[in-house]
Design a protein around this ligand. Structure first.
Ligand SMILES: NC(=O)c1ccc[n+]([C@@H]2O[C@H](COP(=O)([O-])OP(=O)(O)OC[C@H]3O[C@@H](n4cnc5c(N)ncnc54)[C@H](OP(=O)(O)O)[C@@H]3O)[C@@H](O)[C@H]2O)c1
Length: 260
């Protein structure tokens, strides 16, 4: 049996575990996907054990950068300085590629406002750069982290940092709004009025569950790309890298899963 898994901390039942296991079953692939929890202080001593015993791995918060010294990152993962997929000791970043692929049929209207400056945001900025976007506005609660990303991507994309307090104001003149924070995941919400959203043509909310923002987009007739769609596109890239991708079966599993 082939073994795949997700390195994470703290413990959280992942969408990947649920959907990949359903997919392996439906496709008669002899494989299993586990959620693997490692305490951050034990990461350096424990991780090699998993690298040796698993056929392929995903990596999430808080290990996407820490893993790099144990594997060989491919060029784009090195450029983002984050790895979320591993196969045969190579490290990939499928977040940016999934984000990129999810927008190939979308005419992105400018200006683009991105909220969040964590790991996912890094991959999204890189994806926007690869889509040919030259400028974006970045807002983060901790503004220093937004400036850090601006510096990190300075040769690739022009970033204007705005404070979290200015979010609603900046939103009014933006056309595309991307939420790459966890707002909406644990019950909190942005509390935008319909009027504040009225200039937008696209809301891209990467949170996995159905958030108040996502419901508002639908109610106001604004095109929505949600976190499950983002997950799907990056998951496809993982399966391709691991050599276990069946387009029809995976799509079927995804649309029939209880999460849709
Ligand atoms: N759909 C998918 O496939 C997918 C993939 C990756 C991630 N995600 C989701 O995307 C979200 C971000 O992931 P990540 O890996 O970037 O996490 P991360 O590195 O921990 O970053 C979290 C981000 O959310 C912000 N934030 C958290 N709570 C906030 C609040 N109450 N008010 C304002 N800002 C808040 C943080 O701001 P500060 O810097 O100020 O703390 C930071 O920008 C998570 O919900 C994650 O589950 C989804």
């Amino acid at each position: 049996m082939r073994r795949f898994g997700l390195l994470q901390y703290p413990e959280k039942e992942s969408l990947s575990k649920k959907i990949f296991n359903q997919y392996f079953k439906l496709s008669s692939i002899n494989a299993k996907y586990d959620d693997i929890v490692i305490e951050p202080r034990k990461f350096d001593t424990k991780v090699t054990e998993y690298l040796e015993s698993y056929d392929g791995l995903n990596v999430t918060v808080p290990f996407k950068e820490d893993i790099i010294k144990f594997i060989s990152p491919v060029e784009d993962a090195r450029e983002i300085n984050a790895v979320n997929c591993i196969y045969q000791n190579k490290g990939y970043n499928t977040d940016w590629k999934g984000f990129y692929n999810s927008l190939l049929d979308t005419d992105l209207k400018l200006p683009i406002l991105l909220v969040g400056a964590g790991g996912a945001s890094k991959a999204i900025i890189y994806g926007l750069y690869k889509l040919g976007i030259k400028h974006l506005i970045l807002v983060n609660r901790t503004i220093e982290k937004a400036f850090k990303l601006k510096d990190f991507f300075t040769t690739k994309i022009d970033i204007t940092v705005e404070s979290f307090e200015n979010l609603k104001e900046v939103m009014k003149s933006s056309k595309t709004f991307i939420n790459a924070t966890s707002i909406g995941m644990f019950g909190e919400s942005f509390n935008f009025s319909s009027e504040e959203l009225s200039n937008l043509s696209l809301i891209y909310d990467i949170v996995y569950n159905s958030t108040a923002l996502q419901k508002q987009a639908l109610k106001n007739g604004i095109k929505l790309i949600d976190g499950k769609t983002f997950w799907y596109y990056q998951a496809v890239e993982n399966l391709k890298i691991w050599g276990v991708y069946d387009e029809v079966k995976f799509y079927e599993t995804f649309v029939n899963s209880k999460f849709n």
